[in-house]
Design a protein around this ligand. Structure first.
Ligand SMILES: [Zn+2]
Length: 194
């Protein structure tokens, strides 16, 4: 529930309510524990109805990260990550294909265990090479991401959540030094077939 991961719900709400892609059905949104209260507080700053502001286009619900979540033929499982607030990596499986998303995390065994054998590991690479977080760790470098990918035995690593100072080449090279699977540096509109 850091804002860089959810605040786009606000413009998306306007797009779904007033834009050309209005839907007949509300869009389901699954939140981590505490997510409903956080959104309600956020929306109360500009909408007197608080959380109701979002529920005219979204069906908001919290998931229980200790349980498997089934969504339209897919299953999702969760693992705690090493971050500054509670955060959850997600493993999605559908018809034999699997993708694990690290969320925000420092290198963490629980994330590696969740990702084990995934077709695709979508992993954050926030830190620059050699960058050290002061105090508690909550993020990874591209090399850290690649080490988790290698430990988890995934076939395909996608690096994401990197900073403006990281070039695709630097990210790719740092990951390639420790991981010999396929590496992609995520970018807008990039598609990956499973
Ligand atoms: Zn983030």
């Amino acid at each position: 529930m850091h804002a860089d991961h959810f605040i786009d719900l606000i413009p998306l709400r306007y797009a779904l309510r007033y834009g050309p892609k209005r839907r007949a059905r509300k869009l389901p949104v699954y939140l981590p524990p505490g997510g409903l209260a956080a959104l309600k507080t956020l929306c109360s700053a500009f909408a007197p109805e608080g959380g109701e502001f979002l529920s005219d286009v979204f069906t908001l619900q919290e998931y229980d990260p200790s349980r498997t979540l089934a969504i339209e033929g897919s299953t999702l499982r969760f693992a705690h990550t090493a971050h500054y607030i509670p955060a959850f990596a997600i493993r999605w499986e559908h018809r034999g294909a699997s993708l694990t998303y690290s969320a925000d995390t420092a290198p963490d065994e629980r994330v590696v265990a969740l990702a084990r054998g995934s077709d695709v590991f979508l992993c954050e690479a926030t830190l620059l090479a050699g960058e050290v977080e002061p105090g508690m760790r909550g993020h990874s470098t591209a090399r850290d991401a690649a080490e988790m990918a290698r430990a988890a035995g995934v076939r395909h690593l996608i690096l994401t959540h990197y900073g403006e100072e990281s070039t695709a080449r630097d990210l790719d090279e740092a990951a390639r030094s420790v991981y010999d699977g396929e590496i992609v540096v995520a970018d807008d509109h990039r598609r990956v077939d499973l």
